[in-house]
Structure formats: C-alpha cells, structure tokens
Design a binder for this molecule. Structure first.
Ligand code: ATP
Length: 349
C-alpha cells in the first residue's frame, strides 16, 4: 500500500506516555496537518516519522516498507523545523545545495537544482544573496527549497510558519499548499493553529493528550466533529446535554431537539455551531427543534452579529449576518431554532 502507515505506535518518555497507541494511514500525495493544543504529542509523532525519536512500540511503514528503525539520514525525508536551521554565514544557493553536496552530486547538477528550486519557491536570482540579509518569509522559502533538494518521498514540517507575522503567514499557507499540489509530495505539517490546518490540509489529524481524536478532511472535522473535544477545539460551538427517550426523541432542558444518527437510548451531548442557530422574536414557537429563550446581550461586530441567549438555564451563542438580524434586544423573549442537520450527536472523547 502506498503512503505512510502507523501501526499501534506508542511513545513513552519514562513513565509518561506522550503518544498513546495510535494506528493511522496517510495516503500518498496528501497534505496532512497534525493539529492540537500545546503538549498533545504532535511534534513527538512527527519526530517519530522523521526518526528523531524512537517509537516505544509499534511500526511505521512507508509504501509498505518498515522504516521504524531506519536512521534519520537514510529515511529520504525533507524536513523544515520552526527555527529553520539555515546556515547564516552561507548564501541562499550554498544552503540549498548543502544536502546535495553531502550526497556527492556534481557541481553542474547542483547549479541546475538551485535554479529549479529557487524558481519553485519564487525566489529566482537570489542564489548569491547571504541568508542573513533575507526577510522572514524569504528564509522560510529557502528552508523549504533546501528540504526539497533531494526530492524526498515525504515532506515534514514542524510549525514552519509560526515565526511569521499574521499576514505573511496566511499568504505562505496558500503558497505552501500550492507548492505541495504541484509536486504531489506527501506532506505532514505540525500546527496548533486551526485556521492554518483548515487552509492547507487535505486531512486533519486532531490530537489531544497524546491521543488522536479524529482524522478527516477539514470540512468534515468542522461539520461532523466526532467528540466534544474536536467540536470545541475547531471553531466555536454550543454543547448541549440531552437524553434519548424510549420513543427516539432527543430531550434537552427546555424541550426537544431533532438530530440524525441518534443512538437507541442514553445520555448524549449535541454540538450546534452558532451560525446554524436561527433566532426569531417572541417565544411562541414550541415545536421540536425549537426552544424558548431570552436574549442576554447582543454583540454587533459589523460583519456579524453575535446573540448571547439564555435557554432553559444554559448559555447559547448564535451568530447571524446584519441583513438577517432579528428585531430583538437584551431581555426579549425569543424562539431559538436548531435545524435537524445542524445538531451533531457526539461520541465519547
Ligand atoms: P507544542 O505545540 O507545545 O510543541 P506538542 O503537541 O508538539 O506541543 P510534544 O512536543 O509532542 O507536544 O510533547 C508531548 C508531551 O511529551 C509533552 O507533555 C512534553 O512535555 C513531553 N515530551 C516531549 N519530549 C520529551 C522528552 N524528550 N522527554 C520528556 N518528555 C517529553
């Protein structure tokens, strides 16, 4: 099978388990983001792929070959780390050819590679420039070019854009994605920034406390989060406790909601994104999928309106656009509508 496979990988540091038993498959050619809060184990997972950290148990396979015990320098992977690790006293060209020189590539081929790689990262004619004279974004591109010099099977990046200012970071995210699409190289990026992951990834691996919670395309992660951690970590959401009654109804404080994929019975948590909740003036509507509430306060952010509501003692946030803003104010009674397809029943975290 082509791609990267983790088979029951575990990483312990002494007694502490940084990565709990994880099995997952990253298909060849995909752009994957390892996403999660600080300390969740994403860098450790990446370092195990790179061979910089030995797995405590399990195997890592690349295109069917077991690479678990292969030393880093023989893994044929390109890597870019947060600090970039460029040689500041060398020129752009010298930095890029460094891995080629070590492999004994001829001078003519090195020159051709520098030109090709600098064109690729949109820094043509920069080969003779000292690295110390480059901007943050330019250094980033040089590090990427150097990592790609050996045409690696796998491209690994650990928080590669975190040192850049917000604007440059956004444009580099798009550039990196376009570069990866052009090359079709399997790419794994560690980030704690969900926007960055949503922008670049074909597949997002959401982690917390050393465990993988969900692996799915960004839109699926957003629309169908598997558990409360994912629902809360990606974007913002309302988490509502409910109970399935014998008649297959989803009872929540203040009424009944409608949802697909309800389990037969038991307690559940439902996630509803604020932008999917509709609010209308007056508390008259008491049909399933609609609850009576009261407006706590309204925040007008110009492009969007946030409505903070009290519904049967629970705080619910709804978001709308200025053109759809209902005619309501703090203290008003409202009907809060939860469309069936917006109510996602979560599994256990
Ligand atoms: P961050 O976003 O802050 O870099 P992360 O998700 O990448 O976090 P890791 O660096 O993988 O997290 O660390 C996961 C856990 O393993 C943390 O609790 C960390 O303290 C611990 N850890 C990492 N490396 C070591 C080590 N060499 N020795 C002991 N504990 C370690």
């Amino acid at each position: 099978m082509s791609g990267l496979v983790f088979e029951s990988i575990v990483k312990k540091f002494g007694e502490f388990t940084a990565v709990h038993e994880t099995s997952l498959t990253i298909p060849q050619g995909k752009f994957v983001c390892l996403l999660g809060p600080s300390g969740c184990g994403k860098t450790t997972l990446l370092r195990m792929i790179a061979g910089l950290e030995a797995a405590t148990a399990g195997r890592i396979l690349l295109d069917g070959d077991d690479v678990t015990r292969i030393p880093t320098h023989k893994r044929d992977f390109g890597m870019v780390f947060q600090n970039l690790a460029l040689f500041p006293h060398l020129t752009v060209g010298e930095n890029i050819v460094y891995p080629l020189r070590i492999r004994g590539v001829s001078k003519a081929d090195c020159l051709a590679a520098v030109k090709r790689l600098l064109d690729l990262v949109q820094l043509p004619d920069m080969a003779g420039r000292p690295v110390s004279k480059l901007s943050g974004g330019q250094k980033q591109r040089v590090a990427i070019a150097r990592a790609l010099a050996l045409e690696p099977k796998l491209f690994l990046l650990d928080e590669p854009l975190s040192a850049l200012d917000a604007k440059l970071r956004e444009s580099m995210q798009i550039e990196l994605k376009q570069l990866q699409q052009k090359l079709g190289i399997t790419t794994i990026v560690v980030t704690h920034d969900q926007r960055e992951a949503m922008t670049m990834a074909d597949l997002v691996v959401v982690m917390s406390q050393g465990k993988v919670h969900q692996v799915a395309p960004p839109v699926e992660i957003y629309r169908k989060p598997k558990d409360a951690f994912v629902a809360d970590f990606i974007g913002s959401t309302n988490l509502i406790s409910g109970r399935i009654s014998g008649s297959g109804k989803l009872a929540v404080a203040g009424g009944t909601l409608l949802a697909d994929d309800l389990p037969a019975t038991g307690d559940v948590t439902v996630s509803v994104r604020p932008e999917n909740i509709r609010v209308t003036a007056g508390s008259g509507d008491n049909t399933p999928g609609c609850l009576a509430g009261e407006v706590s306060y309204i925040r007008d952010l110009g492009a969007s309106i946030e409505m903070y509501l009290s519904v049967a003692g629970q705080q619910i946030t709804a978001i709308t656009t200025p053109s759809d803003r209902p005619d309501i104010a703090a203290g008003d009674a409202v009907s809060v509508h939860f469309p069936k397809d917006a109510c996602v029943v979560l599994g256990d975290a």
